[in-house]
Design a protein around this ligand. Structure first.
Ligand code: ATP
Ligand code: MG
Length: 303
């Protein structure tokens, strides 16, 4: 079966499982703890299965705080304060009642030019910070399918995830959708390695999944951790489906040339915000993190 045929088949399967229909969500992280209800369309089209219980892995909050990550147990830490500032413009853009007017502004991809610039660190901190909002829920997706690092960061063992969902018809959304123990934060790991991981991310099934995630609950923020733009092509494909991109620049390390080159690959995304990671601290303790607005927003951004 060709890759296209496989993608069409998978697309069909996703539809039957409730994606791409008006059926109630099977992926609502707000539903009663760790339980997802199958959509009526799935019940009609597929063999009846018992209510599916999503996996659960309670994040060790003390470990997070010890690693310098945003943790609900230490809301006054410097990193928590910094991400409070960082998330604001993103949330304002994604506000369903008004906001930027940009389609899919609730889909936010975190990327950068090269490895090690702080994408995963920033993706997690941003997700946790948004999860602490009163009226927002967050789904963090590990879309760095080649070199996933979020499981290590979170102390999670290898488990089925995005690649399994896209490639294996027997895997359902609830098999890969993990509850984290933080009420409003759920997680999809990248899953088991797949020889055609890059093609999976560019497949119709992925397009369908991303579209469904964007529209089902407009007030849910979906954050995609992604690979570096200048090393692989997956992020470029994913970028075409995002409403907002946070582009991480590692202070005193990322070269301007690389920033320019990487931004040129994601020109199609309407909202790009630059995040300066690890800037030297000023005497008053500020500015170790912060937004640079040099590339602004709207047409011409990134030029
Ligand atoms: N602001 C920061 N403060 C402290 N540690 C940081 C910071 N930013 C990143 N790190 C650390 O630097 C290392 C690299 O960060 P991270 O894994 O987030 O990079 P990445 O861009 O996702 O890399 P890759 O492209 O390989 O996935 C990690 O150990 C991370 O914890
Ligand atoms: Mg990473």
């Amino acid at each position: 079966m060709s890759l296209i045929e496989q993608a069409v088949k998978r697309l069909d399967e996703l539809r039957r499982a409730g994606f791409g229909t008006d059926a109630p969500d099977v992926i609502d992280p707000q539903s009663s703890p760790a339980v997802s209800q199958p959509a009526p369309s799935a019940i009609a089209a597929a063999p009846v299965e018992p209510a599916v219980r999503s996996a659960s892995f309670p994040i060790d909050m003390r470990r997070l705080a010890a690693m310098g990550l945003v943790s609900p147990e230490d809301t006054r830490s410097r990193i928590a304060e910094e991400f409070r500032v960082i998330k604001r413009p993103l949330l304002a853009n994604a506000n369903p009642a008004g906001g930027s007017g940009v389609a899919r502004a609730n889909l936010i991809m975190i990327t950068s030019s090269l490895p090690g610039e702080g994408k995963s660190f920033s993706a997690f901190n941003l997700a946790m910070s948004i999860a602490m909002e009163l009226d927002r829920s967050v789904l963090l997706v590990d879309a760095d399918v080649i070199r996933p690092s979020l499981p290590t960061l979170l102390g999670l063992r290898q488990s089925p995830g995005l690649l399994d969902l896209l490639s294996d018809p027997s895997v359902r959304f609830s098999d890969v959708h993990m509850h984290t123990g933080v009420e409003k934060l759920s997680f999809i790991p990248s899953g088991n390695a797949h020889p055609r991981a890059a093609e999976m991310l560019a497949s119709n099934a992925m397009t369908s999944l991303v579209g469904e995630l964007a529209t089902r609950y407009p007030d849910r923020i979906i954050i995609f951790d992604s690979p570096p733009l200048l090393v692989t092509t997956e992020s470029r494909v994913l970028a075409t489906q995002m409403g907002q991109i946070v582009f991480v620049v590692r202070a005193e390390r990322t070269l301007q040339r690389d920033v320019t080159q990487a931004l040129a690959t994601i020109e199609s995304c309407p909202l790009k915000l630059l995040l300066l990671n690890g800037a030297p601290q000023t005497p008053d303790g500020s500015y170790s993190y912060g937004y640079g607005y040099g590339y602004g927003q709207g047409p011409g951004a990134g030029k």
